[in-house]
Write a new protein. Structure first.
Length: 563
C-alpha cells in the first residue's frame, strides 16, 4: 500500500488543479487576482506600413492639385464673356484666401506648408493677369489685395505662431508687389503695401514672433524706394510713362521707412533694454540714407539745410541717450552703435547746414566738449569722437594742407582764421587728455598720438610762416632760405618734444620727435642738398647734427619716469 500512495497523491493533486482552472474559467469574476497572460505582439502587429505615411502625403498633394485645378477653371471662366470679370476676380481672390485659411486650420506641419503654398501659387499669377492682362484691377486695388493677403496671413499665423504661413505669405506678397510696381509704372501703391508688410514684420519681431523673413521684406522695400528715387531723379522727358508725383509723394515713402525702423530701434534699445542686432543696425542706416537722398533730390535749394538740421537734432537726441542711458548699461553694443550714429549725424549736419569756416569752428568746439566729457566720464567712445571731430575740423579749415605745404611743400599764403581756432582746439584737447602710463590700450595711445601730431604740426607750420615773415623784412626769401628755416624749426621742435615728452610723461611727444628727426634726414637729401647752396646746406647739416647730439641729453630716460 505504501508503494502506491505517492502516485495516488500526485494524481489527486493534478485533478484538484484541473478543477480549479475549470472553475476559474466558468466564473472569472469570482476568481481574485486572476492574471491573463497574453502572448507578445509580433513585429508585424506593431510596424505601420510605409504606405500609410505615403498615403497621407499623396492625399495632401491631391487636395492641393484640386485647388490648382480650381484656379485654372476660374481663369477659363474669366476668359469667357459669360460672367462679369470683376465678379470672377472677387471669387478668385476669395478662393486664394480660402486656401490660406485652410492652411491655418490644419494641424499637420506638412499640410500647412502645402496649402499655404497653394494659396500663394493661386494668388500670384492670378493677380498678375487681372492687373496687366485683363485690366480688371487697378494698381491701387492690386496693392490692396496684396496688403490684405499679408495681413490675413499675419492674423492667422499669430495665435499658433505658424511661421510657415507668415513666411510664405510675406515672400509672395513682397515679390509680387515689387514686380507689379515695375510692370505697371505706378510704384506708390505697391510701395505702400511693402511698407505695411515692413510694419507687420517689425511688430511681429517686437512681440517675439517670426523674424527670419524680415531681412527679405526690408530689402524688397529698400529696392522699391531706391528704384522710385532713381527713376524720378532722371529728367522728366525720360520717364513719360510714369505718372507725375509731387515732392510730398516722393518724400513720404522713405520718411515712413526711416520712421518705422527708427522707432523700432528706439523702443527696443531705450525702453526695453534689448541688444540691437546687425540687421537692425544696417537697415536703419539704409533707411536714413534713402531718406537723405530723397530730401536732397526733391528739395534742391533748401534740402541740404533741412537735412542738416534734422541730422543735428537726431545727433543731439542720440548723444543724450548714449550719455544718459547706454553708458551705464552692461551691454556695450547699443552704446557703440548709437554713439557712432551720433558722430556721423553731427558731422553730416555741420557740413550740410553751415559754411565751411563756421563748420570747422563748430567741429572744433565739439572736439573740445567731447574730450572734456570723455575725461570727466572716462568714456573711450567720446575720446574717439573728439579726435574725429578734430581731424574733420582741420580738414574743413584747410589746416592740414597749410601745415603740409609749410613744412615740406610750396609755402602757402596766410591761413584762414579758422585754422588758428582749430590749432588752439588741438592743443587744448591734447592737454586735457590724461598722459598714458603703464599698460594702456592701443586705441588710447593712437588717439593721443593723433591729437598731439595735429597740434605739433600746426604749431611748427605757424612757426615756419612767422620766421619767413621776419626774414622777408630784410631780404626776399628764396628757396634755400626757406629750406634752412624749415630745418631750424623742425630741429627746435624735436628738442622741445624730447624734453617736454619726458618731463610731462607724454611718451607720444617723444615718438613724434623721433619721427621729426627722420623727416629732417629725408628733407636734407630731397631739398637742402638738391638746391646747391653749400653754405645753407652746411648750416642745415650742422643743425641736424647738433639735434642728434642734444636729444639724448635733454630727454629723461623712460625707466626713470615709470613710462
Amino acid at each position: 500500500m505504501d508503494d502506491h500512495s505517492d502516485p495516488l497523491d500526485l494524481l489527486t493533486k493534478r485533478l484538484e488543479a484541473l478543477e480549479r482552472r475549470v472553475c476559474a474559467l466558468e466564473h472569472p469574476s469570482e476568481t481574485p487576482n486572476t492574471t491573463v497572460v497574453r502572448p507578445p505582439e509580433t513585429a508585424q502587429d506593431v510596424e505601420r506600413p510605409p504606405s500609410a505615411l505615403a498615403g497621407g502625403a499623396f492625399s495632401v498633394f491631391g487636395k492641393a492639385m484640386i485647388g490648382i485645378a480650381g484656379a485654372y477653371l476660374l481663369r477659363a471662366v474669366a476668359e469667357s464673356t459669360s460672367f462679369p470679370k470683376p465678379l470672377i476676380a472677387a471669387l478668385a481672390i476669395a478662393y486664394a484666401m480660402l486656401w490660406l485659411i485652410c492652411a491655418a486650420r490644419t494641424r499637420a506641419y506638412f499640410s500647412t506648408i502645402t496649402y499655404a503654398s497653394t494659396s500663394a501659387l493661386i494668388l500670384a499669377p492670378m493677380l498678375w493677369e487681372l492687373t496687366l492682362s485683363f485690366k480688371v484691377l487697378t494698381a491701387v486695388e492690386s496693392a490692396a489685395v496684396l496688403s490684405a493677403f499679408a495681413g490675413t496671413a499675419s492674423a492667422l499665423a499669430w495665435k499658433r505662431n505658424l511661421a510657415s504661413i507668415f513666411w510664405i505669405a510675406n515672400v509672395t506678397a513682397a515679390t509680387v508687389a515689387f514686380a507689379l510696381s515695375i510692370a505697371t509704372r505706378e510704384m506708390t501703391p505697391f510701395i505702400a503695401a511693402l511698407l505695411l508688410m515692413v510694419l507687420l514684420n517689425e511688430y511681429a519681431a517686437f512681440r517675439g514672433h517670426e523674424q527670419s523673413v524680415r531681412p527679405l521684406v526690408a530689402v524688397v522695400a529698400d529696392l522699391a524706394i531706391g528704384a522710385q528715387f532713381y527713376i524720378y531723379a532722371s529728367p522728366q522727358n525720360e520717364r513719360t510713362d510714369y505718372p507725375l508725383l509731387g515732392t510730398v509723394a516722393l518724400l513720404v515713402p522713405s520718411l515712413t521707412l526711416f520712421l518705422v525702423y527708427g522707432t523700432s530701434v528706439a523702443l527696443k534699445t531705450v525702453f526695453f533694454q534689448r541688444k540691437i542686432s546687425a540687421f537692425e543696425t544696417l537697415q536703419a542706416t539704409v533707411a536714413f540714407l534713402l531718406f537723405a537722398c530723397s530730401v536732397l533730390t526733391c528739395a534742391r535749394q533748401s534740402g541740404a539745410i533741412v537735412l542738416g538740421a534734422i541730422c543735428l537734432l537726431l545727433s543731439a537726441v542720440s548723444y543724450a541717450t548714449v550719455i544718459g542711458i547706454f553708458c551705464r548699461a552692461p551691454e556695450r553694443r547699443n552704446e557703440r552703435v548709437i554713439g557712432t550714429w551720433s558722430a556721423a549725424l553731427f558731422l553730416a549736419g555741420s557740413l550740410l547746414c553751415l559754411p565751411t569756416s563756421s563748420a570747422s569752428l563748430c567741429l572744433a568746439v565739439a572736439a573740445i566738449v567731447a574730450t572734456l566729457l570723455a575725461v570727466h566720464l572716462n568714456h573711450p567712445l567720446l575720446q574717439f569722437h573728439g579726435a574725429v571731430y578734430l581731424i574733420a575740423a582741420a580738414v574743413a579749415s584747410g589746416l592740414l594742407i597749410s601745415a603740409f605745404q609749410a613744412l615740406v611743400g610750396a609755402l602757402p599764403g596766410a591761413p584762414a582764421w579758422s585754422a588758428y581756432v582749430v590749432t588752439v582746439s588741438a592743443v587744448f584737447c591734447y592737454a586735457a587728455r590724461k598722459p598714458c602710463r603703464g599698460e594702456v590700450i592701443f586705441e588710447k595711445k593712437l588717439l593721443d598720438f593723433v591729437s598731439a601730431l595735429l597740434a605739433v604740426s600746426a604749431l611748427a607750420a605757424f612757426l615756419v610762416a612767422g620766421l619767413v615773415s621776419l626774414v622777408a623784412l630784410e631780404v626776399t626769401p628764396a628757396t634755400h632760405h626757406i629750406a634752412l628755416i624749415r630745418t631750424l624749426t623742425i630741429c627746435a621742435t624735436v628738442l622741445t618734444l624730447a624734453f617736454s615728452g619726458s618731463r610731462w610723461r607724454r611718451i607720444e611727444l617723444t615718438r613724434i620727435g623721433y619721427a621729426a628727426l627722420v623727416l629732417v634726414a629725408v628733407k636734407l637729401i630731397l631739398e637742402d642738398l638738391r638746391l646747391g647752396h653749400l653754405e645753407f646746406t652746411a648750416a642745415s647739416i650742422f643743425l641736424f647734427a647738433i639735434t642728434l647730439i642734444a636729444v639724448p641729453r635733454v630727454r629723461i630716460p623712460e625707466r626713470h619716469l615709470g613710462l
